[in-house]
Design a binder for this molecule. Sequence first.
Ligand code: PLP
Length: 386
Amino acid sequence: MSSMARQIGPPAGGVPLARPEIGSREEELALEVLRSGRLSLGPMGERFERELASWLGVEDAVAVSSGTTALHLGVRALGWGPDDEVLTSPFSFVASANCLLYEGAKPVFCDVDPVTLNLDPAAASAVVGERTRGILPIHIFGYPAAMVELEALATSHGLGILEDACEAIGAVDSEGRAVGTRGNLATFAFYANKQMTTGEGGMIVPSDPEAAARLRSERNQGRAADMGWLDHGGLGFNYRLSDLAAALGVAQVEKLDSLLERRAAVATLYEQRLAGVEGVEAPIAARGEERRSWFVYVVRLADGVDRDATIARLAERGIASKAYLPCIHLFPHLRELGYREGQFPVAEAASAHSLALPFFPAMSEAQVDRVCQELASALGQPPVRG
Ligand SMILES: Cc1ncc(COP(=O)(O)O)c(C=O)c1O
């Protein structure tokens, strides 16, 4: 393999896809943990849980090692298992379906809304069957899912809801409520490209205190809060978040409002510049009352545009970009359940045409201009006017 083919990011001086913002406050709190000697579960993790819960306006939040582990504990909390079917979107990161498979439940995919790219409530309603036990909506790319309609569907069929808000901290739904606070179980993720990061990490927001106690026990090998290290009240996992990671989380929550505002400002700049580029459809911030939390900046290329060639041309000019996202139902382990091409045409078309452009809060206007100029040029168009 040539060194060019192996290269993941852009060359030096290029524009990366994502970049976390880690500063002196993160360093200060991480140092505090290092000097404390408490590196696993400890006071910083508790502080992170309290501060994130307070930022979200919820009573409690349970920190775990990743968004995936948060989802897994959420599936267990809802009691979904063998013979249970859960309605979900094929246009997501694979973890939102894998978490069901871990417990033997079946993801039943339904097509998405062409504008929001989220689970289409009408498509979900059409496939509710005898075995349907729940709905797992994903707020994809930070755009709030149609929670009001999905909750109505859940209520009318007695279904549970596990919200995958891993990409959507700070989004607001059509009733003005923060994503993840509707009283279902909701999960957040803090991988390095997310709106806020702990490197690896996640959080689960349960609606009732009993669920929180069970989540805390399951993340910690089945130990209840009053048990010793070698006592186990039931099956559990090591899904703990380290205090070192939590230190980053505390610092990131402190500046979360600013991180979100700056992401939104970069999105606005992109929207202005891309208006001058043909064959590129910009993502929307809002269709109605809801508000996106900007996670990634994913454009849709017109039919006939060669996406791979566009990515390669951008890479030659130092601009990272990525085909984003592959449809989950077409991965080998989901094909084994009988899923095939052509079953979810809206999701598959979105997947075939979408392209993620560089996007991070410290992105300068000059960098946005450069990406848009290079994109226009990669598409064979004259330079766009700033
Ligand atoms: C929609 C969605 N669900 C779940 C996850 C899993 O989170 P993690 O990578 O922290 O396990 C992600 C992370 O990328 C995600 O985007």
